[in-house]
Design a protein around this ligand. Structure first.
Ligand code: ATP
Ligand code: MG
Length: 223
């Protein structure tokens, strides 16, 4: 379970203080599929970065299965990001000169998984997201946007994360392809019990999730 309490992130820009996340509290249960919606600048990416340990909050707590991420020191935070969290971004963020398979093997290298197991698991994950054996050998530039995002999903799952964070994962895709990635993420939550949080601009997608978190000026608004 993810429990966020009174979370704040204040950025200092010269003399200005920007409260990007301004007192946010919510709970997402294990295996739930949650969405974060809100206008540009409402704090969605900042909130995701805090939950994923990419940035540290100014105040408040982030508890994943009872452990407060906000208090972790650098080493523990790197370990948390690597082993507990999977990230998916709008722009796929794959390594262009590695094949699909090598991209998925990479996080397991960081987690010191032995090479034969890395390859076996990467193949299994790529099959699971629907890539063919031929596509697995190609570099991202030779695959479609939807196929690249499938690789990114497989890569995010490589180290068996407890929590998958996806910031506008369908933002660069046409609506059909976007719908497929959305369904893939929903199945991960509901069938594999990986908690998934997605940021989306698409309200019809958000409505199909278990929990909708609406952000406005760094605060959650009702409904
Ligand atoms: N590193 C930073 N330094 C200063 N201000 C920042 C920083 N990162 C974000 N902000 C500010 O915090 C606010 C929230 O930004 P954030 O990126 O979280 O919004 P968002 O909801 O993800 O927007 P979008 O839909 O455009 O991606 C904005 O006002 C932004 O300018
Ligand atoms: Mg954003």
């Amino acid at each position: 379970m993810l429990q966020i309490t009174d979370l704040k992130k204040i950025f200092q820009a010269g003399d200005m203080k920007i409260a990007a996340v301004n007192g946010v509290s919510f709970i997402v249960e294990q295996g739930e599929f949650a969405s974060i919606v809100g206008r540009s600048g409402s704090g969605k990416t900042t909130l995701m970065s805090l939950i994923g340990g990419l940035d540290k909050p100014t105040e408040g707590s982030i508890k994943l299965d009872g452990r407060n991420i906000a208090q972790l020191h650098d080493h523990a935070l790197i370990d948390y990001r690597c082993k507990q969290i999977g990230f998916i971004f709008q722009a796929y963020n794959l390594i262009p000169n590695l094949t699909a398979l090598e991209n998925v093997m990479l996080p397991m290298e960081a987690a010191k998984v032995p090479t034969p197991q890395r390859k076996e698991r990467a193949l299994e994950l790529l099959r699971q997201v629907g890539l063919s054996s031929d596509q697995m050998k190609r570099k991202p530039g030779r695959l479609s946007g939807g196929q690249q995002q499938r690789i990114a999903v497989a890569r995010a799952l490589a180290n068996n994360p407890v929590l998958l964070l996806a910031d506008e994962p369908t933002g660069n895709l046409d609506s059909n392809t976007g719908e497929m990635i959305f369904e893939l993420l929903r199945d991960l939550a509901h069938k594999q019990k990986t908690t998934v949080i997605i940021v989306t601009h698409d309200l019809s997608m958000a409505r199909q999730t278990d929990v909708v978190l609406r952000l406005k000026d760094g605060k959650l608004i009702g409904g």
